[in-house]
Design a protein around this ligand. Structure first.
Ligand SMILES: *Cc1c(COP(=O)(O)O)cnc(C)c1O
Length: 323
């Protein structure tokens, strides 16, 4: 697959919300809707686009010529930022944790989209939010609009708050995968009375993320849809389905993703939405999601992640990726 050919395709505003018929969930009495943010763009991850759009507006308004951001070498956010910057006529700089690899599909795509890549050690990367570190970057690279790793800032939340505004259908629980928690924060702001949000962290030991989600909701400066505070009864995390940690996969998860695609036609990504959907099905099977519940799953995209998995030799040779 040619990544660049795919990236050239445009952005689809207002992704569809579809009824996804999964006989397994149907038997358990669960109705599944999916908000297909993966269809916003085939490669640029749906929620990454949402998190970037108001960052782009802010950068352009402040007359910046460059976006600078941070990410891992297989990060959906890095490709998305390179794409978004290029589309807005901005230069982009990606500060990457670890070493260069000319054959890494994510880095290759980012470079082809004009992003300047700067590689730093894991130790240095840990200082990325410190003022002195950012000052040093400004001295070296000049003026730039800084987008934090994963687009986790107020503008990122603002973009994600639009997800539920685009959904007309009724639902009981909305689910999304979590990295920084920005997407869940945006969703939390849009909950109506009686609706719940459930996040599935893709990282191990992510229990404290629930406080970060709260913080992000606060810094966004946006009001909740109901005008009331969103309490822990309304917004929570299920931290069980990380499969060993960030970007870790096993045969069981791959088999699930394959099966889900066969049953529903919907391809999931291996790092985020695959784990979320696995979690939803497991909770439906053991009754934690009750019969009669309508679940809205947010498909946040991330399909470029498969290329990195393949590149690192993490997939069985006979495994057909859904992209
Ligand atoms: C980055 C990413 C997430 C995590 O989003 P956060 O807002 O950082 O929690 C979820 N799904 C996909 C596909 C992603 O690329």
């Amino acid at each position: 697959m040619d990544l660049i050919e795919r990236i050239k395709g445009g952005i689809t505003e207002h992704s569809p919300t579809q009824v996804v018929v999964d006989p397994v969930l149907e038997q358990l009495g669960i109705k599944l809707l999916m908000k297909r943010d993966d269809l916003i763009h085939p490669i640029v991850s749906g929620n990454k686009w949402r998190k970037l759009r108001y960052n782009l507006t802010a950068a352009l308004r402040a007359d910046h010529h460059t976006l600078l951001t941070f990410g891992g070498a297989f990060s959906n956010h890095i490709v998305a930022t390179a794409f978004a910057a290029k589309g807005s006529g901005l230069d982009s700089i990606g500060i990457i944790r670890g070493e260069d690899d000319a054959e890494n599909p994510t880095l290759k795509a980012a470079r082809e989209l004009g992003m300047e890549l700067v590689f730093i050690s894991r130790e240095e990367y840990r200082q990325k939010d410190e003022e002195s570190f950012i000052q040093a970057l400004r001295q070296r690279h000049g003026r730039f609009h800084l987008v934090p790793e994963g687009g986790a800032n107020a503008d990122g939340v603002r973009g994600c708050a639009e997800i539920l505004r685009e959904v007309d259908q009724d639902f009981d629980i909305v689910c999304c995968a979590c990295g920084t928690g920005t997407t869940l924060a945006g969703i939390g702001l849009g909950l109506q009375r009686g609706q719940k949000a459930l996040g599935f962290p893709a990282l191990k030991g992510a229990e404290p993320l629930v406080d970060e989600v709260k913080r992000l909701m606060d810094v966004s400066g946006l009001r909740t849809a109901t005008g009331r505070e969103v309490g822990p009864d309304q917004l929570s995390l299920n931290c069980e389905f990380h499969f060993g940690g960030y970007a870790k996969i096993d045969r069981e998860l791959l088999r699930f993703i394959e099966g889900f695609k066969e049953r529903t036609g919907v391809g999931l990504d291996p790092v985020y939405s695959g784990k979320m959907m696995y979690g939803i099905c497991a909770m439906a099977a053991d009754g934690r999601i009750a019969r009669g519940t309508t679940v809205l799953g947010i498909h946040t995209g991330g399909m470029q992640g498969w290329l990195g998995m393949r590149h690192r030799g993490l997939l069985p040779p006979d495994f057909n990726t859904p992209v």
